[in-house]
Design a protein around this ligand. Sequence first.
Ligand code: HEM
Length: 453
Amino acid sequence: MSNEINRLTYRASDRATKAMLTLALGYLLFGLCLGTIGGFQYILPDFLKKELAFQKTRPLHVYLVIAWIFTCAQAAIYYYLPRVAGRPVFWIKGMWLHVFLQGVTSLIIVTCFFMGRFGGREYLEFPPWLGGFILLSWIPFAVNFWFTIKPNYKTAPVYIWMWSTGILFFFITMSESYLWIFDYFKTNIVRDVTVQWKALGSMVGSWNMLVYGTGIYVMEKISGDTKTAKSTTAFFFYFLGFTNLMFNWGHHTYIVPAAPWVKMTAYIISMTELLILVRIIYLFKKTVSEAQKNFHSIPWRLLSFADFWILLNLAFAIFLSVPAWNLYTHGTHFTVAHAMGATIGINTMLLLTSVFYIIQEEQPDWFSQNKGLIRSGIWISNISLLAFWISLIGSGMVRLSSKLNNELFAEMMEKSLPWFKLFAWSGTVIVVGLFLLIIPAMKALVKRKPVTV
Ligand code: HEM
């Protein structure tokens, strides 16, 4: 009987959730293909130059992988909402409206990029009016979140706080990132650069809140421990994360003339961020008993890889944020290593944790039959990611030493070539590994759920 009630409570919204998850995986699939083309354009500058130059592949790739992060986080939250609240999703038609608006907007954005129509800023390079449609597509999500959960913040676990903060700050930062269209900002370079980086830096903070929240929810489910997500320590770290969301963008504006104490504060704050998650994951993992670990091994394995990438990125971020060095590292391949190390190693691994957790719940038989394939995909993508990350740091080092030795550009490019080759080829292997995860996951999501009584 209780199974029957659960099925009725979740079934209608689960269909929309699966459509959204499939859309998210589609963004990743397409984004990876464009990333690979961009990677080969590093070593073969004439590759597809007329049809799809690097000026198009880069923004297309970046838009699609960011769409993957946001959409997958939203889909996972939609799946968890009725389970946390114990009631059906408030506005199921709104979920379909969300999928529709999002699908159409991204189709227009991708078409604009292919046609060479830009007009936006870094990370949001599509024509600015499309930003309005993105904001619009988030409204049904926000309505569904607050009206389904009806949170009581006094007793809510930390992931509810994280999701609430992530949604609220997405609206704030996305709006802020378009302030440049007003003359007051456009006509003053310092004001313009500061606001733009502040908006984008905090937007990354907002997607981190959504993604980390889903990771913590899955950990709670795996461990069966509901206390940690409500503990004082979890909230202490949440507030530290919130401070980061609001202030850590400062390390992007070291190039702007500002008081030294502002730079130092930004540096200190940005150092605390990744530590937060390591701590929370560490606390949860301690409580997972051996038996439970084995049963849920795929999501657990993905969480462990995310943990490893958090540590590597933390060490690297400490190096990058030192104000005196940042002058040399900002805007180089060091920054690309930082951005891709975090978005692939941390965000993508945490999101795949949710994807496979959901598939495990929905299609347990399919899941156990395909475990071997998924395990191979996880290993291949993570080992090649390490080579990929090292190649970007290697290119950054070459650039740094050329700058310090006043070498010619051509000389620097020649020295960078072996690193670029490693970048392109290891990137291709990452794609192979991730395809081994994405394609079976998409197949499982479109499969009909077996009827249980
Ligand atoms: C889940 C997978 C991936 C994610 C989330 C991701 C994310 C990103 C992000 C955020 C950037 C912007 C970096 C910046 O601001 O400097 C970027 C740039 C880029 N990515 Fe990826 N990436 C992924 C996979 C790949 C793969 C497999 C390749 C293949 C080689 C690739 C190639 C590139 C290239 C060529 C750029 C442009 C770098 C430049 O500006 O010189 N990416 N990616």
